[in-house]
Design a protein around this ligand. Structure first.
Ligand code: ATP
Ligand code: MG
Length: 419
């Protein structure tokens, strides 16, 4: 029987994992600069958490969740996104009683039963941030600056920030009403999903990727024209902060985000190259979510970034990722000295060095070939004489230069050549 990875999943092989580590480290390092601390929550949660937290009317909850029943008959779901679990944890552990703001970041695997396409998988990875306890536009802007720095430091081109405000429970009903009235005559021309969305959450029609729906959305009324004074002040505050930071943006009335819990600010970072899967990152404010999930009323804002899409984009832009680091030394030996070679490698590793040694019982000649193949920087050959004297000549592979060293000096000499 031939096993294959399940449809929509993918392996990250050693030749790619360095790119993942690079991006993940860059992100966590950037989070550190902004005082965002890592949170790790379970891969699965009660189904109800996502139904309530993501929104019953969303595509995610309606069509995309991996649901299962555990042995005790409880309804569980593999997380389709990170926010609901983080909010659940924030409430459960009483983080609301700690001084605001609480700034959290995550690095997760998420699961959605979707139609496979480039940049769209059933198991994928997200990096994200959530900030609790500030209703100020400064919190929204701070997250955007974090992302902007992240993309700039990755030297990403052709990526732009699209922003919008979808108002709050005070002003959105009137806007929804206006939108519904506009959409009603076009109902028969909307796609099947949007006909359903029309009844549950018409804002999401604006977000649809179908050409016919996009055309209709073109002339739809804009949420920005229906903001209440508080939402308007927040929106203007955000734009003036972005101007102050000199972060370029487009105001895009069609950005509404797919999830029910957003309020006020919504934004996306979109790449020009990846096509309809061009949204690398989406985020926004969710002032009602903590309360919705049973916590104290707490404003929040956050984003999630798709790592597969980011890497596709970086690759398309020819980004040069750091190469894996080659071993500092390879210790080759004749059969009688095999044990000594292994001991010596272990002692160098104890000193923190990257040392390699044969563990396949290769012939001496094959070991030399292997040392070249793995591009070890130095080579040490152990024979009878070296074993007796406990010293040897190490050879710099790049130019053949040799140096006589006792084994006890080896580690301190090599430390200078570690990257
Ligand atoms: P889309 O509109 O492309 O379906 P979304 O609105 O469902 O995206 P979010 O829930 O906002 O996406 O998730 C944030 C980010 O996670 C997306 O911008 C994208 O980069 C990534 N993402 C979402 N779904 C997938 C998926 N199935 N495969 C890979 N990445 C994904
Ligand atoms: Mg989606």
């Amino acid at each position: 029987m031939n096993f294959r990875a399940p449809r929509g999943t993918h392996d990250i092989l050693p030749k790619e994992s360095g790119q993942w580590q690079f991006v993940e480290q860059k992100f966590s390092e950037l989070c550190r600069r902004f005082s965002y601390q890592e949170i790790r929550t379970p891969v699965f949660e009660q189904t109800e958490l996502f139904a309530r937290g993501v929104g019953d009317g969303t595509d995610i909850v309606q069509k995309e969740m991996y649901n299962f029943e555990d042995k005790a008959g409880r309804a569980m779901t593999l997380r389709p996104e990170g926010t609901a679990g983080v909010v659940r944890s924030y409430i459960e552990h009483g983080l609301a009683s700690e001084p605001s703001p609480i700034k959290l970041f995550y690095n997760i695997t998420a699961f959605r039963y979707e139609k496979m396409q480039k940049g769209r998988y059933r198991e994928f990875r997200q990096l994200g941030c959530e900030c609790f306890g500030s209703k100020s536009a400064s919190a929204d802007a701070e997250l955007i600056t974090l992302l902007w720095l992240f993309f700039s430091e990755l030297r990403m081109k052709d990526i732009h920030l699209e922003v919008n405000s979808i108002g709050c429970p005070l002003c959105r009903p009137a806007y929804k009403e206006a939108l519904t009235e506009y959409l009603r005559p076009h109902l028969s021309k909307l796609c099947e999903d949007c006909r359903r969305r029309f009844a549950t959450n018409p804002l999401r029609v604006l977000d649809c990727k179908e050409e016919s729906c996009r055309k209709i959305a073109q002339d739809a009324p804009k949420s920005l024209e229906h903001l209440c004074p508080e939402c308007l002040a927040h929106w203007e505050g955000l734009l003036s902060l972005l101007d102050t930071f000199a972060i370029p943006y487009n105001i895009n009335p069609k950005i509404v985000r797919g999830l029910d819990y957003y309020s006020k600010t919504v934004f996306e970072f979109i790449s020009e190259n990846v096509g309809t899967q061009g949204t690398i990152c989406g985020g926004g404010r969710y002032d009602g979510l903590v309360e919705e999930l049973g916590g104290p009323a707490t404003p929040g804002v956050g984003f999630a970034l798709g790592v597969e899409r980011l890497l596709l984009e970086l690759e398309a832009q020819g980004f040069s990722f750091p190469e894996p680091v080659d071993p500092t030394i390879f210790i080759a030996s004749f059969p009688e000295q095999r044990l000594l070679a292994n001991q010596l490698a272990f002692s160098l590793r104890k000193e923190g060095l990257h040392a390699e040694v044969d563990i396949c019982e290769r012939s001496f000649k094959a070991q030399m070939k292997h040392a070249n193949r793995i591009k070890a920087k130095y080579l040490l050959v152990l024979g009878d004489e070296e074993a007796k004297q406990m010293c040897g000549r190490i050879k710099r592979m790049a130019d053949g230069a040799e140096k006589e060293l006792s084994f006890s000096e080896l580690a301190s000499f090599l430390v200078n050549f570690e990257e």
